[in-house]
Design a protein around this ligand. Structure first.
Ligand SMILES: [Ca+2]
Length: 461
């Protein structure tokens, strides 16, 4: 009996060791306001992205990958929770379409984020960049499963130089390390570089354990900024003008830095991928590159609509995934996938528990990424704020206005949503309208509240 017990214990130990040895690392690089056309490998002629393009050549381009909202806060809420923002009361900020400084509202601490799911399976978790799910202490990423946080609590334009400062009166932008404000009004020229440096250190520190690295780059959200080396190719008259004005109040001059801003992000991606190689964990790390919503400055490529829109350009993102030996190299995958799918997919690959006490809208897309199955999504829903405006099912997409079906497109033949065929296909429009009705009912019956604090105050040093 004693021997039997020992064998059982030894078997248990070897099982858990082998499980740990196969737990992959996950890296999510999530840029801000980068469009579907803002990568060379997605047809962008106005940008130069050799490292991300090489990542695509070594992995896969996802051409129908969606974020769940066309603006920052709801898109990030959905990414973190695997749930539509409207299911978790995060479709809008309390005073604006996104959360602002000293906002009483935040992602509910009761929500279970990707970081919490993976932490429960033994992962180290880090976020370096922009959070935007609440700036008050109970809402910070360190309270939502992240072991490490370095970055800004919301967009870097929520600062005293905002063009509509008379209206908003934003306080100085805080830069946080964990929950401490370490600088006020940090020089935004160095944001991309600084969050990249911290991400590299995090990878090096955790090379021997499974980790989840979330790198929400604050750029290319306006106002655009790059570090000094990237200014070299910019015309002298522009750099001179930038020197005169701290933020170029109307942002238009800074918009001229777009190509350079994308180049610096591309370099950052290269640094991350090189670090995985030098640390010997390249083969065991799943990396995804995408953005939180469509372009404000850049290009949506062939897609109609931009940031804020429920046309494809607002929510379909140029996305690249790489996992050597696991994701077939040099492939293009056009199956419908979403940012909400990352939570259940990572949980499955990590052997972690997916929350079972609540509705999670995301699906495990690993079989889709491995080219073994079609999209698990019967439909994908497009919202602006709290309002459901469109649905995609298969290649058909229906738009509504004031609850009435108005436009129908076949995305396979009309990716630009330019040829409205609603009058020719009333039955398809009716079926898609039914999906929207069912989904609205589901959301109204299965939703969870955001959280609020009573006396929000601006973060200070
Ligand atoms: Ca954004």
């Amino acid at each position: 009996m004693k021997n039997f017990t020992i064998i059982l214990i030894l078997t248990g130990v070897s099982l858990s060791v082998s499980l740990l040895a196969t737990q992959p690392n996950f890296i999510v690089i999530f840029t801000d306001d980068q469009g579907y056309g803002d990568l060379s490998s997605f047809g962008g002629k106005h940008v130069d992205t050799p490292r991300i393009d090489r990542m695509a050549a070594e992995g896969a381009k996802l051409t129908s990958f969606y974020v769940a909202a066309p603006v920052c806060t709801p898109s990030r809420a959905a990414l973190m929770t695997g749930s539509y923002a409207q299911r978790i009361d995060m479709g809008l900020g309390s005073r604006f379409g996104v959360l602002l400084s000293a906002d009483s509202k935040g992602l509910n601490p009761d929500e279970i984020t990707i970081a919490e799911v993976l932490k429960g399976a033994g992962y180290r978790t880090g976020i370096f960049g922009k959070w935007h799910l609440g700036d008050q202490p109970p809402f910070l990423p360190t309270r939502q499963g992240f072991d490490e946080f370095f970055g800004i609590p919301y967009s870097h334009d929520i600062h005293p130089y905002h063009p509509k400062q008379d209206h908003f009166q934003f306080p100085a932008l805080p830069l946080l390390d964990q929950e401490s404000v370490i600088e006020m009004d940090p020089d935004a020229d160095f944001l991309t570089q600084r969050v990249t440096e911290r991400a590299v250190r995090f990878i090096e520190d955790n090379r021997d354990k499974p980790f989840f690295l979330y790198l929400p780059q604050p750029i290319p959200h306006r106002p655009l900024h790059v570090s000094p080396p990237y200014l070299q190719e910019v015309k002298t008259e522009i750099t001179d003008k930038l020197k005169d004005e701290k933020e170029s109040v109307d942002y238009k001059t800074r918009d001229l830095l777009f190509k350079q801003a994308i180049t610096e992000i591309d370099t950052s991606v290269g640094i991350i991928l090189d670090t995985l190689k030098t640390q010997g964990i390249d083969e065991n790390t799943f990396v995804i590159f995408t953005s939180d919503n469509g372009p404000a400055v850049g290009s949506a490529g062939p897609l109609r609509g931009r940031k804020g829109s429920t046309y494809e350009g607002g929510m379909r993102e140029a996305t690249v995934v790489r996992w050597p030996g696991k994701i077939p190299a040099g492939t293009t995958n056009a199956e419908l996938m979403t940012a909400m799918d990352l939570l259940p997919t990572f949980a499955k690959l990590a052997g972690a528990q997916i929350p079972s006490d609540r509705v999670i809208d995301g699906k495990d897309i690993w079989p889709v990424l491995a080219h073994k199955q079609k999209s698990p999504h019967k439909a994908f829903f497009y919202h602006r704020g709290e309002t459901l405006l469109a649905v995609r099912s298969g290649n058909w997409k229906l738009h509504t206005k004031d609850g009435t079906a108005t436009e129908l497109y076949n995305l396979e033949t009309d990716i630009s949503e330019s040829n409205n065929v609603i009058s020719r296909h009333p039955q398809i429009a009716k079926r898609l309208m039914g999906l929207m009705t069912d989904f609205s009912k589901d959301i109204s019956e299965n939703n969870r509240p955001a959280a609020f604090v009573d006396y929000p105050v601006p973060l200070k040093r």
